[in-house]
Write a protein that binds this ligand. Structure first.
Ligand SMILES: [Zn+2]
Length: 211
């Protein structure tokens, strides 16, 4: 008959191996934080591979990866919600991405600036015609933010307006992070402005019965 102590030791050793294997698996499966910075301008490239994946495009533009393509891929990764707060929005590929999400059933909400939403080339009208809800400021100060929150877990923010000039000509930056403190701060600001810009509270409509 084998002595009891070695069997106990064997059991303890097996348990230690199991625990360390579990720890290793947890370590391997851990969620890597999202920390990415994109810089613009970028040379004009075709965005069809991102906006219409699986289809072949024979346009003369280069079909290479770019900061704009990475930005579009992040946006198109939205599954449930997109809260967009942007001063000027006239970039056709970015508008296509937002419309794709809207048609896919993602809840899209847009806040923009009242002075610039009707400027030449603005995509805000296109979004509204498609049924995207857009709210805007009504005060004299610009609604100058440029950020978007994706699925309430990722924020993309920086200097860049959503314009062709910003992506192709200007020096611009975008920071992408899933840091929960940052995401909830930007979400809080979005919700605060969403309420403040509720059309029901527009001050430029005369009150009923008031002359
Ligand atoms: Zn192409």
């Amino acid at each position: 008959m084998a002595p009891a102590v070695p069997w106990k030791l064997f059991g303890l050793a097996a348990m230690a191996v199991t625990l360390s294997l579990e720890g290793l698996l947890r370590f391997l499966r851990r969620k890597r934080p999202v920390r990415e910075v994109l810089f613009f301008p970028v040379p004009l490239t075709c965005t069809e591979p991102v906006l219409s994946p699986g289809t072949s495009c024979s346009c003369p533009l280069p079909h290479t990866d770019s900061a704009l393509a990475r930005f579009l891929r992040r946006l198109l990764g939205a599954r449930r919600s997109l809260e967009l707060c942007v001063f000027t929005f006239s970039s056709p590929p970015l508008a296509r991405a937002v419309l794709l999400l809207h048609h896919r059933g993602v809840r899209v909400r847009v806040i923009t600036d009242s002075d610039y939403m009707a400027a030449a080339g603005s995509q805000i009208g296109e979004l509204r015609r498609a049924g995207v809800v857009v709210r805007h400021n009504q005060s004299s100060g610009f609604m100058h933010h440029k950020f978007v929150v994706i699925d309430k877990r990722l924020v993309i923010t920086g200097s860049m307006n959503w314009t062709v000039q910003a992506t192709q000509t200007n020096r611009e930056n975008l920071l992408i992070t899933d840091d929960s403190v940052c995401v909830s701060a930007y979400l809080g600001e979005f919700e605060r402005l969403w309420e403040e810009y509720d059309p029901a509270t527009y001050e430029f409509f005369p009150e009923e019965g008031k002359n």
